[in-house]
Design a protein around this ligand. Structure first.
Ligand SMILES: Nc1ncnc2c1ncn2[C@@H]1O[C@H](COP(=O)(O)OP(=O)(O)OP(=O)(O)O)[C@@H](O)[C@H]1O
Ligand SMILES: [Mg+2]
Length: 139
C-alpha cells in the first residue's frame, strides 16, 4: 500500500515502477473517475524514457508510446461497450508485441486480462491524496 499525496507523487510512483517492468507485463489500473490512472501512466511512460505527451485513449482504444526502453500500449476500457468490442479492435494482437500493456478501467472486462496481470487499485482519500493497493481483483 502506498499513499500518493499529490499528482507529482503519482507521476513519480509510476516512474519508479517503470524500470521494474519487462516485456509482456500487463498492468491494470482500477479506480474511480479522476483517481489518477492516467497520471500514473504518465509516470510509467516517462520512466521508460519516453518524451511522449500521455493522454487517455478516449476516441481510440489504445495509444502507443514507443520511444522509451520498452513500448507501452495504453488502453482505456471506459467507453467500450463490451469485451467483444475490445477484441474486435485487435486486443489479442498486442500480446504478441514485446512491450508493456497498461489498461485503465481493466475491471470493466476482467475476463480479457491475462492471469499474470498486476492489478493496482487507486482510491482518492478525503484529503486529496491517493491510496494505491496492489492485489487481485475482488470477485
Ligand atoms: N494524489 C494525486 N494522485 C494523482 N492525481 C492527483 C492527485 N491529486 C490530484 N490529482 C489530480 O487528479 C487528476 C487525476 O486525473 P487522471 O486523469 O489521472 O485520473 P484517471 O483515473 O485517469 O481518470 P479517468 O477515469 O477519467 O480516466 C489529475 O488532474 C491530477 O493532477
Ligand atoms: Mg484516465
Amino acid at each position: 500500500m502506498t499513499t500518493l499525496a499529490t499528482a507529482d507523487d503519482a507521476h513519480a510512483w509510476g516512474a519508479q515502477l517503470a524500470p521494474t517492468l519487462v516485456a509482456g507485463d500487463v498492468i491494470a489500473l482500477c479506480g474511480n473517475l479522476g483517481a489518477g490512472k492516467t497520471q500514473i501512466t504518465r509516470g510509467i511512460v516517462a520512466g521508460m524514457g519516453s518524451h511522449a505527451d500521455v493522454t487517455s485513449p478516449t476516441f481510440t482504444l489504445v495509444h502507443e508510446y514507443v520511444d522509451g526502453r520498452l513500448p507501452v500500449f495504453h488502453f482505456d476500457f471506459y467507453r467500450m461497450e463490451n469485451a467483444a468490442e475490445v477484441i474486435g479492435i485487435g486486443w489479442d494482437e498486442f500480446f504478441s508485441e514485446p512491450g508493456v500493456i497498461i489498461v485503465e478501467w481493466a475491471d470493466m472486462f476482467p475476463g480479457l486480462m491475462p492471469p499474470s496481470t498486476r492489478w493496482f487499485h487507486i482510491e482518492a482519500l478525503p484529503d486529496g491524496s491517493r491510496r494505491v493497493t496492489e492485489g487481485p481483483l475482488a470477485k
